[in-house]
Design a protein around this ligand. Structure first.
Ligand code: ZN
Length: 149
């Protein structure tokens, strides 16, 4: 079990050091900003959605290792995914990191996103891990700015 935890930490470390899909997205047609005042994490998420499918997802912003790694892992998980499936993934991810209920049995597998399961033990970190996902919800539902407080 501790080996698994080390592996998880390694993935988070790697995604924080070399975030995937970080930068502007010129062809974006969805955008939202997220702010986690408790930790100071800020994210701007941009998506290119076509025919109900997220073709591209990129983010910008500054934050702690958990929020950066989570945004990086999320954008990787979103690319090429239908919007409905992305929302189902968010519900499963949210259940995973909050420990509230079991992840719904139906739906896409969490895959690499499971490396963030460890934040469950640290309530303040849950907000860091879910910030990108709340920002995704905002981007898919009209944009604007979301805050975790
Ligand atoms: Zn944070």
């Amino acid at each position: 079990m501790s080996e698994l935890r080390e592996l998880y930490q390694e993935v988070i470390f790697d995604h924080n050091r070399r975030p995937r899909n970080r930068g502007p997205l010129p062809g974006a047609n969805r955008e939202a900003r997220g702010h986690n005042p408790l930790c100071g994490d800020r994210i701007t998420l941009r998506l290119q959605v076509e025919d109900g499918v997220i073709r591209e997802a990129r983010f910008e912003g500054e934050g702690c290792a958990i929020s950066t790694a989570s945004a990086s892992l999320m954008t990787e998980a979103l690319r090429g995914r239908p919007v409905e499936e992305a929302e189902a993934l968010f519900r499963r991810f949210h259940a995973l990191v909050t420990g509230e209920g079991q992840p719904p049995g139906e739906g896409p597998p969490l895959g690499k996103l499971e490396v963030l399961a460890g934040v469950r033990a640290f309530p303040s970190r849950v907000k860091c891990a879910t910030l990108a996902w709340h920002t995704l919800e905002a981007a898919l539902h009209g944009g604007g700015t979301v805050t975790t407080e």
